[in-house]
Design a protein around this ligand. Structure first.
Ligand SMILES: Nc1nc2c(ncn2[C@@H]2O[C@H](COP(=O)(O)OP(=O)(O)O)[C@@H](O)[C@H]2O)c(=O)[nH]1
Ligand SMILES: [Mg+2]
Length: 313
């Protein structure tokens, strides 16, 4: 059963890809088995992360980029993780229409993972979903995430090229730094540059990036001004993505980056497994029974945890 699903995914069958991603999303036991069957067929897709504040134009940019990638003959997978504007349920009408437009193309697979599970879980699921798309033969996978919390940063960091999207009204560059976005961007986009303030943001960003570059990188991080809603300058953004890809592929940087990501992924898998194994029903019950005592200072959390490790439960 799973074997035939895996084969259909490898054959790029849309319903099979959808089913595979659903297994991952629902944290089904079969998901792990499916990912094992697919793993040796992954590693061929190039992962683009697009992150930034809600409403910055990430989805609009993703659409423009996808069109360019399709014109070049590439197959594209898209995963959107946006808890602030879920596609389903209370979805934005524009987003839904765009998804339908792209979804018609046999060689585009688009999926939103906004509504289920905890955020921490979402980054793991998004990574797993991208493995399914990778195995299905997509050349490029775009991971669109809202850059507001750590887990979104985690998702962005699993990408080969991370694009940080800012808008003039999203405030000054200092805020970007605070949100940790400065650290993860391989390319910066100032979208909505049809609005006031984009020049000032551009200057501030370039100054900060220049300082950063002299400290830690041999590559100048580009800043691209776009108007995604008018498809302006997205071609330039595409060129910068390809340049970054070539930069990484020279000197084995891409392999090194992916290996580092693998180490992080394995660490997470171990932590998850340990945690699940550790918290047996008996141990959960012990915690429930003792939390009052600990809270009343009759028992220290340290002794409690020490005992928990040696209890037979
Ligand atoms: N003025 C202007 N509006 C834009 C631009 N790009 C996107 N928008 C609009 O901004 C809104 C939010 O865009 P969306 O792509 O959904 O943002 P996301 O939340 O980052 O995915 C939509 O109404 C878009 O039409 C732009 O470059 N200029
Ligand atoms: Mg969006």
């Amino acid at each position: 059963m799973l074997k035939s699903l895996a084969e259909k995914i490898l054959g790029s069958k849309k319903p099979a890809i959808a089913r595979g991603i659903s297994l991952v999303e629902n944290e089904s036991k079969q998901a792990g088995e499916l990912l094992k069957l697919l793993y040796k067929h992954t590693g061929n897709a190039y992962l683009i992360g697009i992150t930034g504040p809600p409403g910055a134009g990430k989805s609009t940019l993703t659409n423009c980029l996808t069109k360019i990638l399709r014109e070049k003959g590439f197959k594209v997978g898209i995963i959107c993780v946006d808890p602030t504007s879920p596609f389903t349920g209370g979805a934005l009408l524009g987003d839904r229409i765009r998804m339908q437009e792209l979804g018609i193309d046999e060689d585009i697979f688009i999926r939103s993972m906004a509504t289920r599970g905890s955020l921490g879980g979402l980054s793991k699921k998004a990574k797993e979903a991208s493995e399914i798309l990778d195995a299905s033969g997509k050349d490029f996978i775009i991971l669109e995430t809202v850059g507001v919390g750590q887990s979104e940063l985690d998702i962005a960091q699993t990408a080969d090229t991370t694009i940080v999207v800012l808008v003039p009204e999203s405030g000054d560059a200092v805020q970007t730094m605070k949100a940790g976005l400065m650290e993860i961007g391989d390319i910066f986009v100032i979208n909505k540059s049809d609005r006031d303030g984009s020049d000032a943001l551009g200057v501030a960003l370039r100054t900060m990036l220049h300082l950063k570059m002299t400290k830690e990188s041999d590559r100048q991080i580009p800043v691209v001004k776009t108007v995604a809603s008018k498809n302006k300058n997205v071609g330039e953004l595409y060129d910068f993505i390809i340049l970054h890809k070539e930069y990484l592929m020279k000197n084995g940087k891409l392999a090194k980056k992916r290996k580092e990501n693998l180490l992080k992924q394995i660490n997470l898998l171990v932590n998850n497994k340990l945690e699940n194994k550790f918290w047996t029903a008996g141990k959960k019950k012990e915690l429930e029974e003792n939390i009052e005592k600990i809270s009343e200072r009759e028992l220290t959390p340290y002794d409690f945890v020490d005992n928990l490790f040696y209890s037979g439960n």
